[in-house]
Design a protein around this ligand. Structure first.
Ligand SMILES: *[C@@H]1O[C@H](CO)[C@@H](O)[C@H](O)[C@H]1NC(C)=O
Ligand SMILES: *[C@@H]1O[C@H](CO)[C@@H](O)[C@H](O)[C@H]1NC(C)=O
Ligand SMILES: *[C@@H]1O[C@H](CO)[C@@H](O)[C@H](O)[C@H]1NC(C)=O
Length: 313
């Protein structure tokens, strides 16, 4: 339905396959009827996640004494469906992205949908330097200068998740429970890279909407906008044209005080915002497309189900 939410499954045949000696077998695929309607409306308070913290080290990559400074990394865990360590039931780990971890837990119904079938433990781990997982005590301290902010990197974040997974499995005596990593967007990139970099810790990763190829400078830089455009165009050809032509009209309005006043009053804008109007409008359209989910969500902004349809009709 929404082309930007392509799912990339990483089977990664070149990596060591998960040994069947662990006794874990994937149940056959879920039938649509087994997938509940999303839990969004009641998820906020009752999705069953418990908040915990893990003592994480600052720097995974050298032996400088400062590397061993630690900080508290937040994670959310839901054991309602877990079959337990004795049954080698799996652990689903959501690789936290660049925001507070509860935002991702609140907006993710998929793991709750599939956890009962797989008897999986669900864990959402927060990315360092986001939410409540700041080294050096606080956001202000963590970002005060390049020395303190320099530990914010993809490699460090992945190593955090690796250390966390090892410790979690040890604590649960769940060494034989397979781990599958999940993520969307930047979190999806982390999930896929985690599987590549730590193949002994995860049997697989599901990377949703993960723009992995887009970090290649030779990759088409317009693909993101093209996909957004397609989303509107597939919903309404006319709406696509109106939006496309509006950018020129906005530009013209900035050279014409009568047009400008008309635009500012019809869109109820603050006066004198200049080109911000364009960014504001394009962001609104982009956000609606990025979260063009079949259910209401508040991942980026509170929006109804299928917000693109709302815009185009
Ligand atoms: C960054 O801040 C820390 C703590 O205040 C300080 O010790 C350090 O010298 C600063 N580094 C730079 C490069 O300014
Ligand atoms: C594992 O247990 C230790 C000791 O209780 C605790 O400090 C640590 O945070 C636990 N690890 C995780 C991932 O919760
Ligand atoms: C607006 O005016 C400027 C300066 O005269 C001009 O360079 C620009 O092309 C005009 N833009 C439009 C959309 O007419």
């Amino acid at each position: 339905m929404n082309p930007i939410f392509l799912l990339l499954f990483f089977s990664l045949f070149s990596l060591p396959p998960f040994s069947s000696s662990h006794g874990f077998h994937f149940p056959s695929l879920l039938k649509p009827s087994q997938i509940s309607k999303r839990h969004n409306s009641d998820q906020k308070s009752s999705h069953g996640y418990e908040t915990k913290h893990f003592t994480q080290i600052l720097d995974h990559f050298n032996y400088h004494p400062k590397s061993y400074i630690s900080f508290q990394q937040r994670y959310l865990v839901n054991g309602d469906y877990w079959g337990g360590a004795a049954k080698s039931s799996p652990i689903f780990v959501y690789a936290g992205n660049e925001a507070s971890i509860d935002i991702f837990a609140d907006n993710n119904g998929f793991l709750l949908d599939i956890a009962p079938t797989f008897e999986a433990l669900i864990v959402f781990i927060e990315h360092r330097y986001y939410g409540k997982s700041f080294p050096f005590g606080s956001e202000e301290e963590a970002f005060q200068n390049a020395t303190t902010a320099g530990y914010l990197s993809i490699s460090q974040a992945l190593a955090d998740y690796a250390a966390f997974v090892v410790d979690l499995k040890k604590n649960l005596s769940a060494e034989s429970s397979p781990v599958v990593v999940f993520g969307g967007s930047y979190g999806g990139m982390l999930a896929a890279w985690f599987r590549l970099k730590y193949p002994h810790l995860a049997i697989g990763a599901l990377a949703s909407s993960a723009p992995i190829l887009q970090i290649d400078p030779t990759f088409d830089p317009y693909i993101f906008n093209d996909i957004i455009t397609k989303d509107y165009r597939s919903t309404s050809e006319n709406c696509y044209k109106v939006i496309k032509n509006s950018w020129d009209e906005i530009d013209k309005a900035y050279n014409d005080s009568i047009k400008l006043e008309k635009m500012e009053s019809s869109l109820r804008l603050c006066k004198g915002q200049g080109l911000y109007t364009k960014y504001w409008l394009s962001n609104a359209l982009i956000y609606a497309a990025m979260t063009d989910y079949p259910t209401p969500s508040d991942l980026l902004q509170p929006l109804p189900a299928y917000p693109v349809n709302e815009v185009t009709h």
